[in-house]
Design a binder for this molecule. Structure first.
Ligand SMILES: [Zn+2]
Length: 385
């Protein structure tokens, strides 16, 4: 596996083992525009809940039509995000539909101005659908009176009108500045354009969590189970995405060279597991490149060394236990992308090669250390300026 894609000038990453693994607890429905569409298990639970609570009437067929309509509009919303993201050369690995909406998983963090348009595209799709339905209703003369709008029920055959309202609500709800909802992303993007990504994310996360509290509170007063549910997801999502964005923003614009280990030990192909064990105990290193002359033939991780020791004993050879499939990057590789690839491929380290020669290593541990140091440095800078 080669991580060096500098020759790929478009910036688009080819599909394959380097793509992020699909979300767990989701089933694949199909593919639209090359993007896998997946349904999270909780969405099915939510549909069952709606079917039980709301659509028990004799017109459940109309209710089902409405549900499929809403489901389709949420999907179109996510496709709106995805297609704009793609326009900026950001690959979308999947769209997962959750009860409170969908998530288009992007394999790269968009730049602030890109994120602004990507986030706006989703609610814009719902607004366009609502306007299209409105025009359709006016054109067919089925607008009705205000009174009929207030009293209408999906079960009474007004599912198209209800679908229009649902789209307006989708647009409105998503525009609430509660990170990680679209409105929060728009807020983060605008703040990032003004003050930089790290403080922008911090503020967007704080606003998101505050909004989650407000929503949860309103949900308790009404009471609305769905609102409490959304508040819960927003709160969890804000902190999770905050940590994720913050750590990725810290390495933005940096290359592998900045974080790589240059002082490391290697093992020759003829080495035994006993020799590898000695090295593991003598040094703080956990992953050892196995070399034949100048050429790297594999990587022996701590885990595979221990596994090899238990199956083959100390006299076994490292070549029998090492991984032959490893991540390679150039010193100029984007650190943000490299970190994402390490996580996505569940690899413990990446070998940094320059002109076919091993010049360094980036491991999960030294990357974590590097992030902590970067964070301290940025805080220091924040205090002095
Ligand atoms: Zn959205």
């Amino acid at each position: 596996m080669n991580n060096d894609n500098r020759s790929n000038s478009s910036g688009a990453r080819p599909p394959g083992p380097r793509s992020a693994p699909p979300s767990p607890w989701a089933i694949t429905l199909g593919t639209v525009a090359g993007i896998p569409i997946r349904l999270h298990m909780t969405f099915l639970l939510f549909l069952a809940f709606l079917a039980l609570v709301i659509y028990r009437g004799p017109d459940s067929g109309v209710g089902l039509l409405f549900l499929i309509g809403v489901f389709g509009c949420v999907l179109l919303h996510e496709l709106g995000h995805s297609l704009v993201a793609r326009k900026y050369g950001i690959p979308v690995s999947e769209i997962v539909l959750y009860p409170i909406g969908g998530v288009a998983r992007m394999e790269k963090i968009p730049k602030p101005h890109e994120e602004l348009w990507i986030a706006l595209a989703g609610p814009a799709v719902n607004l366009v659908i609502a306007i299209a339905i409105l025009i359709g209703l006016i054109a067919t003369g089925s607008m009705g009176t205000l009174g009929s709008w207030i009293n209408m029920r999906v079960g009474d055959g007004f599912w198209i009108q209800e679908l229009m309202i649902a789209n307006l609500m989708l647009a409105f709800f998503n525009l609430i500045p509660a990170f990680p909802m679209d409105g929060g992303r728009i807020l983060r993007a605008i703040l990032a354009l003004i003050m930089g990504e790290v403080p922008a994310t911090r503020i967007a996360v704080a606003v998101g969590q505050f909004m989650a509290f407000v929503m949860g509170f309103i949900g308790l007063i009404l009471p609305s189970v769905i609102l409490i549910f959304i508040a819960f997801f927003v709160f969890i999502g804000a902190s999770q995405e905050g940590t994720y964005y913050q750590s990725r923003a810290l390495v933005q614009g940096l290359s592998a060279r900045a974080a790589m280990l240059t002082d490391f030990r290697t093992l020759p192909v003829g080495a035994t597991l006993q020799e590898a064990t000695n090295l593991l105990l003598e040094t703080s290193q956990q992953d050892f490149p196995v070399i034949y002359g100048e050429e790297v033939v594999g990587v022996l991780s701590r885990q595979s060394l221990l596994r090899g020791l238990s199956t083959e004993g100390p006299s076994g050879y490292v070549t029998g236990s090492m991984q032959r499939d490893f991540l390679i990057a150039s010193p100029d590789a984007d650190l943000q992308e490299l970190a994402a690839n390490l996580q996505a491929g569940q690899q413990t380290c990446a070998l940094i090669m320059e002109h076919e020669k091993l010049v360094g290593m980036v491991t999960m541990e030294n990357l974590a250390e590097f992030l902590i140091i970067q964070q301290i440095m940025q805080r220091q800078q924040g205090q002095t300026t």
